[in-house]
Design a binder for this molecule. Structure first.
Ligand SMILES: *Cc1c(COP(=O)(O)O)cnc(C)c1O
Length: 378
């Protein structure tokens, strides 16, 4: 039977060749490909600096360290996200504070963010859900007013645009984080990056990626000399991963174009099906469409629909269980149900259906036909 996953990487011959070439070279890690990938990323996003790291979670962790988040600090983020957006705050002993989402974009709502700001608030981490940019102008305005740092969790949003500027350009934030997990816009297997326009943050991030080491006073003490200035980590990425990243970046525009084509077919063909609501792209957003999430009008049928689609060979998923519902958050921090009603309601209804550049038109019509059949059957 035909089975379509909800996501799949796109790897071609040029990717394999790029990786193989590095494997045959002298440098498979800490070599020249890392800088090359960083330069390509920064230039693609119109940012000054990029730091490539081992994964998106490590990238988020480093942004919180570079931001100086520590015990007693509060950081506001979305409850509708992957755990990493909030865990990175906990890694630095900060407190994650959840602000509810907007009904249409399902991104963090600036009005809710404002309500959560107090004297302990240090930063805001908006998440560009499904590749649609959050309302960055409003978020940035709040940050400026209250002296907060903004870190964009753009794990879903490489290639997306907000009011005509690329996500990653840093026009409305201090740092932007990407992930290169195979489910994301481009892949390096595991991998991530931080983009910034601030030289001070860039230098700190570079050092924190490598144990907090910096090279200075070499002339005074000798060519071997280095010193550890901060408590950093080994969050390095390899050269062969960066070679894959460069090769993938060559294709990103065609990836996004194909994703947007599939979305416009879905929008047209699924709009007539009763019982579901389709995702909305706001006028200021050009989404990179990391995932396509439909909502069931009757949330009591979600499990039934999920299982029927799965049985019919359609890869489905749920993005996401509200972060603070997880036992660790509940038990350690005392977060209660009802904290973010919009996000909780969304979670009960949402269903992610297949969307990836490699989908054929047969795959697309199979998905549409099956959803129609299942929705008629319930
Ligand atoms: C994937 C993802 C991450 C983490 O990325 P990894 O590379 O898997 O560590 C962070 N935030 C969001 C919203 C994600 O989807």
């Amino acid at each position: 039977m035909k089975k379509i996953p909800y996501t799949h990487q796109y790897i071609d011959k040029s990717d394999i060749k790029a990786v193989a070439e590095v494997l045959k070279s002298d440098w498979i890690t800490q070599g020249p490909m890392i800088k090359k990938f960083e330069e390509r990323l920064a230039s693609y996003c119109n940012a000054k600096y990029a730091v490539a790291v081992s994964n998106g979670t490590a990238a988020l962790h480093l942004t919180c360290l570079a931001a100086g988040i520590t015990k007693g600090d509060e950081v506001i983020t979305s409850p509708l996200t992957f755990l990493a957006s909030a865990n990175c705050i906990l890694y630095c002993s900060g407190k994650p504070v959840f602000a509810d989402i907007q009904q249409d974009s399902v991104n963090i709502d600036p009005k809710e963010v404002k309500k959560k700001i107090n004297k302990n608030t240090k930063a805001i981490i908006p998440v560009h859900f499904a590749g649609q940019p959050a309302d960055m102008e409003e978020i940035n305005r709040l940050a400026k007013r209250y002296g907060l740092l903004v870190v964009e969790d753009a794990a879903h949003a490489l290639g997306a645009e907000y009011k005509g500027s690329k996500i990653g350009s840093g026009k409305y934030s201090d740092m932007t984080v990407f992930s290169f997990h195979p489910a994301k816009s481009i892949t390096t297997g595991e991998g991530g990056a931080i983009l910034t326009n601030r030289k001070d943050l860039y230098e700190k991030l570079l050092s924190l990626r490598n144990h907090g080491i910096i090279r200075k006073n070499v002339k005074l003490f000798g060519p071997w000399y280095y010193q550890m200035q901060y408590l950093g980590f080994n969050y390095r990425i390899t050269d062969f991963q960066c070679a894959l990243g460069i090769s993938q970046l060559n294709k990103i525009d065609s990836f996004i174009k194909r994703r947007r084509e599939i979305v416009s077919i879905y929008n047209k063909e699924l709009s007539g099906i009763s019982g579901i609501t389709l995702p909305v792209e706001r006028p200021y957003a050009k989404s990179s469409w990391h995932i396509y999430c439909i909502r069931l009008k009757a949330h009591s049928r979600r499990k039934d629909v999920f299982e029927k689609l799965q049985k019919a060979g359609i890869g489905v998923q749920v993005h996401y269980i509200p972060v603070y519902w997880h036992p660790y958050y509940k038990n350690t921090w005392g977060y209660k149900r009802g904290l973010c009603p919009m996000a909780e309601d969304y979670y009960k209804r949402v269903l992610t259906i297949p969307l990836f550049p490699k989908m054929t038109s047969l795959d697309i019509s199979f998905v549409i036909r099956t959803i129609r059949k299942v929705m008629e059957s319930i």
